[in-house]
Each structure stands twice: as structure tokens, then as C-alpha cells.
Design a protein around this ligand. Sequence first.
Ligand SMILES: C[S@@+](CC[C@H](N)C(=O)[O-])C[C@H]1O[C@@H](n2cnc3c(N)ncnc32)[C@H](O)[C@@H]1O
Length: 178
Amino acid sequence: MIDYAAVWDEQHRAKTWGAYPNEYVVRFVMQRWGHVEARDRWSFLDVGCGNGAVTWFLAREGFRVRGVDVSPTAIKRLGDRLVADHLKARVALQVADIARSPLQASTFDCAIDVCCLQHLEPEDLESALVGIRKAPRPRGCVLSITARNRSATSGSQFRRISSWLSGVWCYGRDNRRT
Ligand SMILES: C[S@@+](CC[C@H](N)C(=O)[O-])C[C@H]1O[C@@H](n2cnc3c(N)ncnc32)[C@H](O)[C@@H]1O
């Protein structure tokens, strides 16, 4: 059984991920919610948020966000950034292993995964997907951005992510929607 906390905290202590979100996240969110008036009535889950490119973007755009990551170092870094940018009020942060901690069902309008699920072991992926599929409200959705032609994601992992989630959008590193 992998100790994701130990593995990923070491990674986060050694490097910092990008500060700005993947362009597809920006497009996906703004196409669907860019026009809404009371943005703070819409809530997002950022799965494996890391140091928070997506969480920060969503909060800055006025949405409510829960950022979940297994690394305390990443969550601390994100918390500091949100405080510095006066965005903390709209954000809840949680240190948790998404494969082993239950997510609240029917809670979010959208769950977003940017390259977290792809790193889970097959048995952990199955349990994480069960929770993530239930996390959105009935008319909510899930966006998963998964690198499929990197060694990090085996073909079967990719197929599992894209077949288990309804309303999932997966992109390869070649930027083609699949
Ligand atoms: C490649 S990074 C992507 C980070 C972030 N989504 C981004 O786009 O900048 C993968 C993230 O998933 C987190 N992670 C890995 N396994 C996890 C698990 N079991 N539960 C929660 N987070 C996990 C890592 O700590 C890391 O922050």
C-alpha cells in the first residue's frame, strides 16, 4: 500500500508546481459559469489541488472551492498564497488522501482533477472514483485532465478514469480532447 502522503510531501518539498491553471480548466469553467451572477453560490472541488493553481483561479473568479491534497506542504503553501491574495474566505482546504477519505456526496457543482487521479494505484483509483462520482450534485459534473502519454499514466489507468466518470473530459499531452 502506497503512503501517498510521504511520497507526495517529499515531492512538494523539493519543487513547486505551476501557479496558473491548465488552459482547459479556464475554458471549461468560464464557458459554463462565466456568465452567472452570484458566483459564490457555485462550488467546486479541486482533487489533488497541490499548491493550488486551480483552487486559486476559482477563488479569484469568485467561486467557492474545496481544495484537497494529501501533502501538508502543498496545502500550507496554497493557504499562504490565498491569504496573501485575500482569497481565503471562499476556500476550504483539507489535507486528505482521496483514495481513503470519504468525500461528501452531492456537495459540489463540479469536481476537477488535474493530473492527480492518474497517479493512484489501480485499487486506490477505483475507490477514489467512487467518491468523486458521487461528490457533484445531481446536475453537477466532473472534469478530469489526465496525461495519457506519460509514464505516469498507464493506458489502463486512463481508460478507467475516462470510463468510470460520466461527464469526464480527458486530454492527452498532445492537447487533443479524447
Ligand atoms: C501532478 S500534481 C498536480 C497538482 C495540481 N492538481 C496542479 O494541477 O497543479 C498531483 C497532485 O496530487 C496529489 N495527490 C497524489 N495522490 C493523492 C491522494 N491519494 N490524495 C490526495 N492528493 C493526492 C499530490 O500531492 C499532488 O499535489
